[in-house]
Design a protein around this ligand. Structure first.
Ligand SMILES: [Zn+2]
Length: 159
């Protein structure tokens, strides 16, 4: 069986949408069905049967991962910091070393790119976090009794 995912389905009768938690591959013994052949019950018109269309699915790891660590400072501020560090890096390497400030010059040459890499890493983390928050919101809205919604370690950070 593959990990359960949040799946948004569209009813073949009324075109209404609803969410279920289901696995792409359900069984090990040939009992598996593609989503279109699986039977679901529509929450809008009560239609029961196959023919539901998958509109979207959460990433397979979503219901297993712990939320990414909240990075702290705002995103705009970090992009600005990243730009400054990149410019610093370029200038420090383009400019000749100042004879009486060789150590400082080298600190900037090495420090600025390291800072840029760390900042970029933070920015990528916060993108991951926004994805997490998006799926968390769907889970909370449609499956308020899901155990993960009540898990205190598993919640989105402040924005
Ligand atoms: Zn329906």
């Amino acid at each position: 069986m593959t990990p359960p995912r949040l799946v948004e389905l569209q009813c073949p009768m009324c075109k209404g949408r609803h969410w279920v938690i289901d696995s792409d591959f359900r069984g090990m013994f040939g009992t598996d069905l593609p989503y279109k052949k699986r039977e679901y019950a529509c929450s809008k018109c009560n239609h029961r049967g196959p023919g539901y269309r998958v509109l979207q699915k959460s990433p397979p790891e979503f219901l297993f991962q712990l939320p990414p660590v909240y990075p702290g400072t705002g995103r705009g501020f970090k992009w600005a910091g990243l730009a400054v560090l990149v410019v610093f890096t370029a200038f420090s390497w383009a400019a000749p070393l100042t004879p009486d400030m060789v150590i400082v010059d080298w600190l900037i040459r090495v420090g600025a790119p390291i800072g840029a890499i760390l900042t970029l890493r933070h920015l990528l983390y916060s993108t991951k976090k926004r994805h997490f928050d998006h799926w968390h919101e769907i889970l909370k809205q449609h499956f308020p009794d899901h155990p993960l919604v009540k898990d205190v370690r598993w919640h989105p950070g402040p924005d």
